[in-house]
Design a binder for this molecule. Structure first.
Ligand code: HEC
Length: 148
């Protein structure tokens, strides 16, 4: 005797399996959305962080740099710039950013250049705060190394 899948069985597998997949997908979507505030530690988004993000957008930093891998691959990843350049020291990083932004473009032959943006001290501090907030986003071990 050969066992065959009847039309009824096929229909049940189709609808049952489909419904199961939709439930799993919906559940995982809710789980992810619920965890975003914690992963992005949004409670730490200060006015200065918001202002820094504006400076970042208005000057198209993302046209050359990436944040957590998103952006252009011309210049270094900056999602972890705080750990890499500031040694995770807040004032140290702010000072580094002031010096770095003021010194562009560096006059070093055969090296990619970053433009001079003529930003104010306050704007650069905002940028530093934005990048410090960025560096604390829980990106599940991304980028994989300190170089980005
Ligand atoms: C036209 C491309 C370009 C744009 C736009 C740009 N950068 Fe850069 N940036 C570079 C390049 C190239 C380097 C690497 C320069 C070097 O190492 O000498 C760099 C390096 C940096 C570094 C140091 C990174 C490190 O690991 O050494 C910081 C911080 C930085 N940029 C911040 C910014 C910010 C903030 C903006 C927006 C206001 C910005 N950049 C816009 C090209 C750009």
């Amino acid at each position: 005797m050969t066992e065959r899948i009847t039309k009824d069985m096929a229909r049940n597998i189709y609808f049952g399996g489909g419904l199961f997949a939709i439930l799993v997908f919906t559940g995982l979507t809710f789980d992810t959305v619920n965890r975003i505030p914690e992963l992005s530690h949004e409670s730490k988004i200060t006015k200065s962080v918001i202002a820094g993000k504006k400076v970042w957008e208005e000057n198209d930093c993302v046209g050359c740099h990436t944040l957590l891998g998103e952006g252009a691959y011309y210049a270094p990843e900056l999602g972890n710039a705080f750990q890499r350049l500031g040694g995770s020291d807040k004032q140290g990083f702010r000072d580094y950013m002031q010096g770095w932004m003021a010194a562009q473009p560096l006059d070093i032959p055969d090296r990619r250049k970053m433009p001079q943006f003529n930003l104010t001290t306050k704007q650069v501090n905002n940028l530093a705060d934005f990048l410090m907030w960025m560096s604390k986003v829980n990106a599940q071990e991304w980028p994989p190394n300190i170089q980005g």
